[in-house]
Design a protein around this ligand. Structure first.
Ligand code: BGC
Ligand code: NOJ
Length: 843
């Protein structure tokens, strides 16, 4: 009986996949699904049935795509909601449906090199996720097909560079089909408004190219195209014609029957399919390029005299990218682009996880979060949230060193969604750059993050002209307000909106979107943050915002001192000191910092509470704001974090978990224990504790925390962790969950930026300051040496740090180009050349 069941299981899931063998990493641990190729900066996935789809991003600036290890995903231009090019089906089974597929018919065998959608067992499979590209290779019956997907720098199209190789001893005549499904532009409407959308789809087909021209006839001046470098033997643009109404992508009728229908979609569901016939001698190979892209016409020149749409932009792109030589050249350009970006910060340490995360994957994820904010991933549908005010400000922190000019523009865009009363739109759409009225403002931490991003920009570049940029306000776009005005306004907003204890009012929520102390929502489906908001919201206060405010004051003081406004700077330092006193008086619980006061004026995050006694955020931010460093509170709070919150999989958000829903606490208590904000391991805030540990000088503990959430380290327990081991996930299930250790919401998380800040600036300790580069490592005592190459304000600093007596922190001596310097700050040299700094740590 058992044998029979085993056999059935084998037939259904075992198939040839069992041939895909794990390989050993450097430490001899068997990696089941893949491994890092550190040299090539790729993650190599060696079997397609990963525990979850493991995705990557295509595109660097305007045109983007998500792509999974089985080529699932979609593309969009600038805005995942408003300019969605291809359709994706979230929430489907099997997971990860729709993508950039190729179907192959080789004799009687029909298969996909990317395994999905047909899931025909492959003889070989490999997916290489690299920086801005993904290459998937499948082999069956001696035919090897690889597809390299990427977006050339500056382009608004993607390229599929396909190579078909006959590794067998026989001549092969194969037929190949490409497949994408068009999305009718507005992704939300596309998913909901069928009564209209089943009658809007339109295409034009010219020489095998499928132009997606839905709605072009009216208000749109853009179209999509899908072209192929080969002569096609057929095509399809109607999904029903190609797939068959009652069939799925795992068995499209046209593929199974071997022939396209040459359909022209008119309404219903438009797709793009090319049919190509290829003959290959033994050992022969062939390259084929597909281009999928977005194009625009000036509104007044939408049409040609004959009434057809103008396609000049497409012709230019085709000219360039249908030749393999050009495609390969632009792929090299993409690689050099990343060489350059990653050369700004490069470290060599004793730990391989640190090296690969710091030098490659963490920085790459910082670029992705900067581009996407929280809009498009496998967990963010691209239609819900656009760019987040607090999120995007924080994303700048991990990105600004790579392309400061883009960070500058982003800061100004964000600031212009602040209103003249100091509140900020919580989210905005990237395409329109306008705040989302639906969610509005009133998240009282939002304004303060602008000071942190602006300060990071000035520290990186020394460029203070950003402060004088006139950006107005969201409600008064013509006002003369400068960025500097916004910064003052933000700090004053906190000062003017304080509660009974003198702590900042929390509003709808602070960083913890789910701590909704003014909401009292009892109606299913309403937004916790908004719908139930009570009238008297001037009681609930946040200790976390208090800490953030102190930090923002210090950053502001730094900016003001840098531009010679010492008195104003001193004033903010005084305000920070006053707030610290308030925290000591009303925000200290004896062993840790309180989290908040609720709208009854009762403590949240106190030993007096039955559940939610201790929270992580206020421990981190109080210390980052300089609170508790003199009186021992900081050390005490951090020891409490260790005792009550830390686990080998990261630090839990709060304990004990809320066991039931409390209307006066809001969404936080709506999650089952161990998930998300209810006692999940929210990796974002773990980084603040790492930084706090470096501030108090405990490098071993900071590093232990760093490793406890480090994705690359999770390969060792990947069947539990499940998410991509090359990027951070927002959350790991906490110990109250039966799924403890499982990660979720990969990619779009503030953890990316903050981890990079934590490890690069505080653990490895190379930190840009307004007038130089601070060297202040706080490392594990067992590290004897580390090296960092940092490009900073037009000079290259090669920094070697020696730790002869095995301490955590303490710069004793620095020599720069052979000469000893005072203090621990390398001066701004701005001479375009390399400099050698030798740093010795000693008690
Ligand atoms: C999530 C938060 C997120 C918020 C965004 C909540 O459901 O738990 O992590 O910040 O939604 O609106
Ligand atoms: C994710 C949101 O994007 C972010 O803004 C928030 O701070 C965290 N969740 C915590 O709730």
């Amino acid at each position: 009986m058992i044998k029979a069941i085993k056999k059935i299981i084998f037939i259904f899931c075992g198939n040839k996949l069992s041939n895909f063998q794990g390989i050993n990493n450097n430490q001899g641990i068997k990696m089941k699904y893949g491994h890092f190729d550190d040299q090539k900066r790729e993650y190599v996935i060696t079997r397609p049935d990963t525990p979850l789809p493991w995705i990557n991003y295509l595109g660097t600036e305007h045109y983007f795509g998500i792509i999974s290890n089985t080529a699932g995903g979609y593309s969009f231009y600038q805005d995942a909601r408003l300019r969605r090019l291809t359709r994706y089906r979230y929430n489907n089974i099997p997971m990860d449906s729709n993508g950039r597929y190729l179907y192959i018919k080789d004799g009687d065998t029909v298969w996909n090199p990317m395994w999905k959608p047909m899931r025909v067992p492959l003889d070989k499979y490999e997916c290489r996720h690299g920086l801005g590209y993904t290459k998937i290779t499948g082999e069956k019956n001696g035919l090897e097909v690889s597809a390299l997907y990427f977006v050339p720098i500056g382009a608004r199209n993607e390229v599929w560079h396909v190579e078909v190789k006959n590794n067998s001893n026989d001549k092969k005549n194969i037929r190949m089909w490409s497949f994408v499904e068009w999305c009718l532009w507005e992704a939300y409407d596309d998913m909901t408004n069928f009564q209209r959308n089943y009658s809007t789809g339109q295409v034009e087909i010219e020489n095998g190219t499928i132009f997606h021209i839905t709605e072009y006839r009216e208000r749109r001046n853009h179209y999509g195209y899908f072209a192929c470098s080969e002569k096609v033997s057929g095509y399809d643009s109607s999904r029903d014609a190609f797939v068959g109404l009652h069939y799925g992508l795992d068995a499209p009728r046209a593929v199974i029957e071997g022939e396209c229908r040459n359909s022209t979609a008119y309404g219903w569901l438009p797709i793009g399919v090319h049919q190509i016939d290829i003959e290959l001698k033994p050992g022969e190979s062939k390259k084929i390029n597909f281009i999928l892209g977005y194009a625009e016409n000036p509104p007044e020149e939408k049409y040609l005299p004959d009434g057809k749409i103008r396609k000049d932009e497409f012709f230019n792109v085709r000219e360039k990218f249908l030749s393999s030589e050009n495609v390969e050249k632009s792929f090299e350009e993409l690689k050099s682009y990343w060489d350059k970006l990653l050369s700004v910060y490069h470290a060599e340490t004793a730990n391989e996880h640190v090296n690969r995360m710091v030098n490659v994957w963490n920085q790459y994820q910082c670029m992705v979060t900067f581009n996407m904010s929280r809009s498009a991933s496998l967990y963010e549908s691209g239609i819900g949230r656009g760019m987040g005010y607090r999120d995007s400000n924080q994303d700048v922190l991990g990105f600004v060193h790579m392309i400061p000019e883009r960070a500058r523009q982003r800061i100004l865009d964000i600031a212009s969604t602040q209103l003249s009363d100091g509140t900020c739109y919580h989210q905005y759409q990237p395409l329109t750059k306008k705040g989302n009225a639906d969610i509005g403002g009133g998240f009282n931490d939002d304004p303060l993050w602008l000071i942190l991003s602006t300060s990071a920009y000035i520290r990186e570049t020394g460029d203070t002209t950003i402060l004088d940029e006139k950006i107005g306000y969201a409600d008064k776009p013509d006002s003369d307000a400068t960025l500097m005005d916004h910064l003052h306004l933000s700090l004053n907003y906190t000062l003017n909106n304080r509660g009974p204890h003198g702590l900042p009012l929390i509003g709808h929520a602070d960083w913890n979107d789910c701590l909704n102390l003014n909401c009292f929502s009892t109606t299913p489906g309403e937004s916790f943050q908004l719908a139930g908001h009570i009238e008297n919201d001037r009681i609930a206060e946040s200790v976390m915002i208090a800490g953030l405010f102190c930090r923002a004051c210090e950053e502001m003081a730094g900016i003001l001192n840098f531009i010679g406004k010492k008195n104003e700077a001193d004033d903010y330092k005084k305000k920070a000191a006053e707030m610290r006193d308030v925290i000591y008086k009303h925000g200290w619980d004896g062993e840790w910092f309180l989290r908040a006061y609720d709208s009854y004026g009762e403590k949240v995050g106190s030993k007096e509470n039955k559940e939610g006694k201790i929270f992580i955020e206020s421990q981190g931010w109080s210390i980052l704001g300089g609170t508790g460093l003199e009186n021992g509170h900081a050390l005490k709070a951090l020891d409490s974090v260790k005792e009550y919150l830390a686990t080998p999989n990261g630090i839990i958000l709060q304990q004990p978990a809320y066991s039931t829903y409390y209307p006066h606490l809001g969404e936080i208590s709506s999650y089952p224990p161990g998930y998300k904000e209810n006692a999940g391991i929210f990796t974002h805030n773990n980084t603040w504790i790492q930084i706090a540990e470096t501030i108090v000088g405990r490098g071993d503990r900071a590093f232990e925390y760093y490793l406890s959430i480090c994705p690359s380290k999770k390969e060792e327990q990947i069947d539990i962790y499940r998410s991509e081991p090359y990027v951070y996930s927002q959350m790991t299930a906490g110990k109250d969950a039966p799924t403890y250790g499982e990660a979720k919401n990969s990619w779009l998380t503030g953890t990316a930026a903050w981890s990079f800040v934590s490890v690069s600036q505080y653990i490895l300790g190379i930190r840009p300051d307004f007038d130089g580069l601070v060297i202040d490592p706080c490392i594990p005592s067992e590290w004897k040496e580390l090296k960092v190459q940092r490009k900073f304000r037009n000079a290259v600093y090669n920094i070697t740090i020696k730790n002869p007596s095995g301490i955590n922190k303490g710069v004793k001596k620095i020599t720069l180009d052979g000469k000893e310097i005072q203090g621990n700050k390398l001066p701004v040299l701005n001479d375009g050349i390399e400099h050698e700094a030798l740093v010795v740590l000693e008690k």
